[in-house]
Design a protein around this ligand. Structure first.
Ligand SMILES: [Zn+2]
Length: 138
């Protein structure tokens, strides 16, 4: 990425709007774990950004957090239910990052998926055929 610009995202009903700079973006990936599939309805794709880089245009108070594991929480719109954030706030190494749903971002994002993660947990109803690396962890 050569040029710096603001990425913007929102939930389906637009109650939640957020933005961040396209800097220090890390590990754009599609997660096939059971939690992500259950939560999103299919595969959940995210990019990690510095937590401090995330700013809200509106709706931060409308976000509900679901603690699906003891070390992480999942943020979604309390009105329309859009799956927006995954935050490992209980892990010292990761608590200063937050994973943002790629599907919530307005194009063009300039982001490309790098790999598939937790593919051992993938559903039996689809194949992964895009040629990207497949891992059984993150
Ligand atoms: Zn919403």
């Amino acid at each position: 990425m050569t040029q710096t610009f603001q990425l913007t995202g929102r939930c389906l009903c637009s109650a939640v709007e957020f933005s961040f700079e396209n800097k220090n973006l890390d590990h754009p990936s599609a997660c096939h774990c059971g939690q992500c599939r259950q939560w999103s309805g299919h595969v959940w794709a995210t990019v990690n950004i510095p937590l401090a880089a995330l700013t809200f245009g509106k709706g931060e108070a409308d976000i509900k957090w679901h603690r699906a594991s003891d070390f992480a929480r999942r943020g979604f719109c309390g009105t329309c239910g859009s799956s927006l954030f995954w935050h490992a706030d209980g892990l010292e190494k990761h608590k200063d990052q937050i994973a943002v749903a790629l599907g919530a971002l307005k194009a063009p994002t300039g982001i490309k998926l790098e790999e598939h993660i937790f593919v051992a947990d993938k559903g039996d109803y689809y194949d992964i055929a895009d040629g990207l690396p497949q891992k059984n962890n993150n």
